[in-house]
Design a protein around this ligand. Structure first.
Ligand code: HAM
Length: 426
């Protein structure tokens, strides 16, 4: 039997209901922030990600799905959303329009990682990128969006961790300090870190292999290398988070696995007993030079992405059910094939009048039709026989109370409207 590729999964049943509800919720929330919806290609030129996410990051050096198309182009399945949105922002010259622009997206991302609970090779992210403000107010706003989203969902066990990587000059200072610090210990570091030492020493702090070593614990701290400007920015972000009543921890170990960040970086963790190691539900930060680096003008940006699988795991762990179960208002069937056209046309009219209608297509027996109506949880059953067609008086049965009504065809919509009351949305 053919099977889905390792690390992927099918969306149907409960997961489909969760996804649909989540999309609806996020759509409404994004409107409140005047954020605009974006969809960018699922594959882009490999160069975009190599340049955008960073050549030395794990994502690009080990995890991308790279391929050549039949025209010999180098393409990559997107491992994240930011680079594509930035490309689109530049290519469509959106920087020349009204800024700030808040762009949001929701779709699949691809990383060749070792699959486990909360880690997949195809996974979904909901993200937002805000362009055109270097003000720390935007950093706080962006973190506030995630906090509000989780609050609306009713998720309680979450903690916000923030850090700063400072501006370019502070980062350069810090880079030098790290080079000096790690130099005598180079042989104690893993092979990857020895490579990182040459290319991007900040990455060493993000290493999972070396994380517990003592040399990591006493490594220089970014906070001590920030210049005045960077310190001021970070202090303001904290002040604004306080103003919004958002509690957070400053965690100097957060350096993030992508190269594009400057100033604020953050991760929102699930703080739920037994949740497992993949507990970062959302992450992001500021990237003031990425637009320019990818070939656009100098426009600052800040954004985040939420991992949907992990979020749904966290909701399940807290027994929060976001499925919206939809059941037919009416299940309709005919007693013989002759009345099938009537069923088809009446069900069509009812749907156009706003009702959810399921019908029998297969000419099932009376008994199987009643069973089917129960299985799909239909609220009312309408049976169409020769007599109903001729008399234009229909038999409508409440599938729960089993009460039967004789309803004139002309009064049917009014009848259903009245019976289904608030449950029925136009
Ligand atoms: P990221 O930290 O690589 O950042 O991913 C963001 C979130 O996506 C993670 O916190 C996690 O919830 C989810 N995620 C990542 N990899 C996987 C995986 N293999 N399986 C399941 N979930 C996963 C970014 O992607 C940045 N683009 C975020 C950003 C936006 N920064 C600025 N703007």
């Amino acid at each position: 039997m053919l099977q889905k590729p390792k690390g992927t999964y099918d969306i149907y049943g409960d997961r489909a209901l969760e996804m649909l509800y989540f999309r609806k919720l996020v759509n409404a929330l994004m409107d409140k922030y005047n954020a605009k919806y974006f969809e960018t290609p699922i594959f882009e030129s490999s160069e975009l990600f190599h340049r955008g996410v960073g050549e030395t990051t794990d994502i690009v050096s080990k995890e991308t799905y790279d391929f050549k198309d039949r025209g010999n182009r180098d393409l990559t399945l997107r491992p994240e959303g930011t680079a594509g949105i930035v490309r689109s922002f530049i290519e469509n010259k959106l920087y020349a329009e009204n800024l700030p622009l808040k762009a949001w997206y929701l779709g699949p991302m691809f990383r060749y990682e070792r699959p486990q609970a909360g880690r997949h090779r195809e996974f979904y992210q909901f993200g937002l990128e805000a362009f055109g403000s270097s003000d720390p107010m935007m950093d706080a706003e962006v973190i506030g969006i995630i906090v509000n989203l989780f609050k609306i969902l009713g998720l309680k066990g979450v903690s916000v961790n923030i850090n700063t990587l400072g501006d370019k000059a502070s980062r350069e200072n810090y880079r030098k300090a790290l080079l000096d610090y790690f130099k005598p210990y180079l042989n104690d570091l893993c092979e990857d870190c020895q490579r990182r030492y040459e290319k991007n020493p900040l990455r060493i702090l993000d290493c999972k292999v070396d994380a517990d070593k003592d040399i990591m614990k006493s490594a220089p701290n970014m906070i001590d290398y920030l210049n005045e400007e960077s310190k001021k920015h970070f202090d303001k972000v904290k002040e604004y988070l306080d103003v919004m009543g958002i509690s957070y921890k400053v965690n100097s170990n957060i350096v993030r696995g992508l190269d594009y960040y400057t100033h604020t970086v953050f991760e929102v963790q699930a703080d739920i007993d037994g949740f497992g190691s993949q507990n970062t539900l959302a992450a992001g930060g500021r990237y003031d030079h990425l637009v320019e680096f990818i070939g656009g003008p100098s426009v600052p940006g800040v954004g985040f992405a939420v991992g949907l699988e992990r979020l749904f795991l966290a909701l399940n762990a807290e027994n929060i059910d976001i499925r919206e179960i939809v059941c037919p208002d009416v299940y309709m069937f005919s007693t013989s094939d002759e009345q099938k056209p009537y069923v088809l046309s009446l069900s069509n009219d009812l749907r156009m009048a706003g009702f959810n209608v399921e019908i029998d297509y297969n000419g099932k027996s009376f008994k199987s039709n009643f069973k089917q109506a129960d299985k799909v949880n239909a609220k009312y059953i309408i049976i169409i026989g020769e007599e109903e067609v001729n008399s234009k008086v229909l038999t409508v049965k409440n599938n729960e109370t089993k009460e039967e009504y004789k309803v004139n065809l002309n009064d049917l919509i009014e009848f259903l409207d009245e019976k289904l009351g608030d449950e029925h949305e136009d």
